[in-house]
Design a protein around this ligand. Structure first.
Ligand code: NAD
Length: 469
């Protein structure tokens, strides 16, 4: 059966892919499972060499990859970044894997004549299910450490952005060793659900609603499942903060990639005494940002990628306006241009927590700004959410911002900056509350998520054990 894909810039259906049958899926996973043991048995240096060969192949296919990603998402600048950053990610994971797999000496246990040797066994087949907002980056983020751990990996990207799979798989096929253990395949939600039933571990990035279904399916099979879900990240701005920097950073953090980022700033709380000053600066900067229309090179804000998201953004805007919010600058709803849907950076004032725009994930370039009086009130507002992905705090100095940030229930807190997890990949972090579950996907211990720990308990000397009958 063919799946029809919409182009986000013009609304036309201009790409089709074949949905895999249950039998094709089973055969694909069987093939990965069959080749995984020899991949696992390779010395790490050979897995690294295969990854480096893939990096070279990806560089060769880079322009095709960028073209496909641009068609998938309607934005070019971020597509170029996604494609260019793969090489750095591969290098970083290769370095981390080298350090991670350093052989460790046997340890003596609490019983002096019993030694312990630790061992790590890769999970044979890892399933990665990813969303449409950063198709390449999020398809690879768990895939690279899993491959280096010695797993085979099947990736099912979003059906909304499948075009990049073809050039990516062209690069995979140039590295025969890797093509035996890595497969990106196009499919829809049903394909994802079927995949969950075939693999040994699931890394899911997407919405809370789907994450809940995936988690339940994994629980029924007793397989590990890592969820990276939605967010409603707050930024807190305190008196004494550099307001030019705060406004510039928050504007970027909430509107880059058209706000379609899990770690977008979706709520801004500003100390009452500096509110007007901050709003003036934010408005002035927001009005300088342009829609990337008519071509992707014309501005910074591309189209809303998923049509379903247009309805959510419009719903949040109309709900806020009906409850008394005011548009300081921007749109009252998404605007259609040449068949694509666009939304300007939109600053809302007069907002509160009765509005969806302050409590539910909007995933658009909307910046609702709400005043607070005291530090305690700011922290309470920041934590007044079901989500706990990340946050940002701006204050006079980094020590003050850090002290306040320590009260925020989220996995990554940017201090005097926004959304730094988009750029800094070394900090180990976990999602709080409904933003996800599982170990960190960043930093060296991310590799351990793809391995089972085994302990060999060794009696090296022929000694009479005192516990024997
Ligand atoms: P989604 O949940 O609709 O879909 C995500 C993926 O799940 C897609 O590949 C889809 O085909 C698949 N899927 C759908 N139903 C399935 C099922 N029953 N079983 C298995 N797979 C199924 O999410 P989306 O709209 O593509 O992505 C946007 C969401 O992703 C937002 O909530 C955003 O915050 C979140 N996100 C989170 C992170 C993070 O790191 N925490 C990063 C990016 C995006």
């Amino acid at each position: 059966m063919k799946y029809a894909v919409r182009n986000p810039r013009n609304g036309q259906i201009d790409y089709y892919f074949d949905l895999p049958s249950a039998q094709q899926l089973q055969q694909s996973v069987d093939r990965l499972r069959q080749h995984q043991p020899s991949w696992q048995q390779l010395p790490l240096s050979e897995r690294i060499a295969a990854m480096q060969a893939w990096k070279a192949a990806l560089e060769k296919h880079q322009s095709a990859l960028i073209e496909a990603l641009t068609l998938d998402t309607g934005r070019r600048h971020e597509s170029v970044l996604e494609a260019q950053l793969i090489g750095q990610s591969i290098d970083r994971w290769c370095r981390l894997a080298e350090a991670f797999f350093e052989p460790a000496a046997d340890k003596v246990s609490a019983i002096p004549f019993i030694h312990i040797r630790q061992d790590l066994q890769p999970i044979p087949v890892v399933g990665v299910i990813s969303p449409w907002n950063f198709p390449l980056l999020l398809g690879l983020i768990d895939t690279l450490p899993a491959l280096l751990a010695g797993c085979s990996v099947v990736v099912k990207p979003s059906e909304i952005t499948p075009r990049f799979i073809e050039p990516l798989m062209d690069a995979v096929r140039e590295v025969p060793l890797l093509s035996e253990v890595l497969l990106f395949l196009a499919g829809d939600g049903n394909t994802g659900a079927q995949l969950v039933d075939l693999v040994d571990l699931v890394c899911f990035t997407g919405s809370v609603a789907t994450g809940r279904r995936v988690y339940a399916a994994c629980a029924a099979r007793f397989i590990p499942c890592f969820l990276e879900l939605g967010g409603k990240d707050p930024a807190l701005v305190f008196e004494g903060a550099n307001l030019e920097h705060a406004a510039a950073s928050i504007l970027w953090g909430s509107t880059v990639n058209c706000g379609q980022s899990c770690l977008s700033i979706e709520r801004v709380y500003v100390q009452e005494t500096i509110l007007q000053d901050f709003l003036e600066k934010l408005k002035e900067r927001a009005e300088r940002v342009k829609l990337a229309f008519p071509t992707p090179e014309d501005g910074q804000i591309g189209p809303v990628i998923s049509e379903r998201q247009v309805h959510i953004i419009n719903d949040h805007l109309s709900d806020a306006l009906a409850k008394g919010a005011h548009v300081l600058t921007g749109n009252t709803c998404c605007e259609q241009r040449n068949g694509g849907w666009y939304c300007r950076p939109t600053v809302l004032t007069g907002v509160d927590h009765t509005m969806k725009v302050m409590t539910e994930e909007t995933f658009g370039p909307i910046i609702p700004v709400m005043p607070f009086r005291t530090e305690a009130e700011a922290i309470q507002l920041a934590n007044g959410t079901i989500y706990g992905l990340s946050a940002a705090v701006f204050a006079h100095d980094w020590e003050t911002a850090l002290r306040i940030g320590q009260h925020i229930e989220a996995g990554a807190i940017s201090i005097n900056e926004c959304a730094l997890t988009a750029l800094v990949h070394e900090g180990e972090k976990q999602s709080f509350k409904m933003s996800g579950i599982g170990g960190t996907r960043m930093g060296p211990s991310a590799i351990k998520r793809f391995m089972r720990q085994r302990a060999f308990l060794i009696k090296k000397e022929p000694i009479l054990s005192p516990w024997w009958f």
